[in-house]
Design a protein around this ligand. Structure first.
Ligand code: FAD
Ligand code: UDP
Length: 400
């Protein structure tokens, strides 16, 4: 027995249904159904198949694996990220070691410029940024620290994304770099967002212009999708693309489900819809080698419709006579990309989480399944930890 939807949509080279999966005795054809082929689902599928010997079906409603990290060659043959720039960075040796089983790496340190007062300056704000904007002549870290301390404002309790920034750099720099960008990106004022959102972007007094300081910063040498192909390439894993969980949920394909889609959708939006922020991309290929001075240029100016422009060749190191870029526009409607961190949303999520805790045959995982603004490495870490906790019979130690 194999589900019709699965047979129809399977994109594996192996023809479906494979004889080994026919179980006329009525047993379930898989041990685990994994919903979503992004980092959360693919790491779980890999561990369950390779480490625990489970038979796994991975279903994704999109027509490809790799979730939002999906990359592919565009019409000009340039490797681009369909869902916006994904830069891998982590301080976890374990996560890096685990992913290194499936890819080689290209060392890459990400740098971002922001357009402010007609200039392109380093973001996060650092000493170079201050000197460029104010002609401040700050020639050491202490001078920059004093400059910022003189602008920083006392905030009795740092709660919002506005508080975090004002307390470090004051209102003027906040307005220049954060207010407009955040309003565009989230459709909310920074004062309405949890402090954790803008706290992702630090302020520096030195001239380090790297976006991240993590101990591991690299891009998968042959792209993310290639890494995912290696991860999912196992005889115990079948993949069914273009397959929505809704098509499978009543089919009893497996005794356990790993669900990495939106948690509120799983429960039929019983308590109301959890807000997610969506994005729209305008991808372009230009007949020139270079378009901009950095991989990503941010546009905090509220009169510019997009938030940032990415030029992919910086990320991938690809040499090509043309270049491909994408403009990023934030949207209220569309595919869910970001959970929106603010107290009322967290409270609503907690109600769904309580339901999830009463649903032991389903593990909820990932950015959408646990409503957390996680980076890729955090999702991998979460999946590895979840697998370890499953303590499956017959599993040897789950060291990745
Ligand atoms: P996803 O990748 O979203 O995968 C979930 C999958 O589930 C999707 O493929 C979806 O189609 C599928 N699905 C959902 N519902 C259903 C259903 N009902 N039936 C079947 N399938 C379903 N992280 C970094 O570390 N560095 C970065 O530079 C970075 N940049 C980012 C830039 C952007 C624009 C965005 C949006 C995110 C960025 N991230 C970055 C975060 C990164 O994308 C996530 O951490 C990671 O992709 C989350 O993996 P996931 O498996 O939880 O979710
Ligand atoms: N942010 C901003 N201006 C910038 C960069 C970031 O206001 O130039 C704020 C904005 O609210 C953004 C958040 O900081 O959503 C986190 O930025 P990050 O670059 O981590 O966002 P992501 O890459 O996850 O979209």
């Amino acid at each position: 027995y194999v589900s019709e939807a699965v047979a129809r949509n399977s994109k594996r080279a192996v023809p479906m249904p494979r004889p080994s999966l026919r179980r006329p005795n009525g047993r379930k054809p898989y041990d685990v159904l994994v919903v979503g082929a992004g980092f959360a689902g693919s790491v779980m599928a890999e561990r369950l198949a390779r480490e625990a010997g489970k038979r796994v079906l991975v279903a994704d409603k999109r027509s490809h694996i790799a979730g939002n990290a999906f990359d592919h060659q565009d019409a000009a043959g340039i490797l681009v990220h369909r869902y916006g720039p994904h830069i891998f960075h982590t301080n976890s040796d374990e996560v890096f070691r685990y992913l290194s089983r499936f890819t080689e790496w290209r060392n890459y340190e990400h740098r971002v410029l922001a357009v402010a007062n007609g200039k392109r300056v380093p973001m996060p704000i650092n000493r170079t940024t201050l000197n460029a904007l104010y002609d401040a002549g700050l020639d050491d870290d202490e001078a920059a620290a004093r400059f910022l301390a003189a602008r920083a404002e006392t905030v009795p309790e740092i709660r919002s994304s506005r508080d975090v920034v004002i307390a470090q750099v004051g209102t003027e720099l906040y307005r220049t770099f954060f207010e407009g960008y955040t309003r565009k990106q989230w459709g909310l004022d920074p004062s309405e967002l949890d402090k954790s959102v803008t706290a992702r972007v630090p302020t520096r007094v030195n001239t380090d212009d790297r976006y991240f300081l993590d101990s591991h910063q690299a891009m998968p040498l042959h792209g993310y999708t290639h890494m995912f192909e290696n991860m999912l390439d196992h005889e115990n894993i079948d993949i069914s693309l273009d397959t929505d969980f809704a098509e499978l949920r009543d089919e009893a394909l497996a005794s356990h489900t790993v669900y990495t889609g939106p948690i509120d959708e799983f429960f039929g939006h019983r308590f109301g819809a959890l807000p997610y922020r969506s994005l729209e991309f305008r991808h372009e290929t230009l007949d020139r080698r270079r378009f901009q001075e950095a991989a990503v240029v941010n546009y905090p100016d509220p009169s510019v419709a997009y938030t940032r422009i990415t030029e992919y060749k910086y990320l991938t190191g690809q040499v090509h006579p043309k270049t491909s870029i994408s403009y990023e526009f934030s949207r209220a409607e569309g595919d869910p990309y970001y959970p929106i961190p603010r107290p009322e949303n967290q409270a609503l999520f907690k109600r769904y989480e309580a339901l999830a805790n009463e649903t032991p045959d389903v593990s909820f995982l990932g950015r959408l399944g646990t409503y957390r603004y996680y980076n890729m490495d955090q999702v991998v870490g979460q999946a590895l930890a979840t697998f370890r906790r499953m303590a499956l019979p017959g599993t040897t130690a789950a060291h990745p």
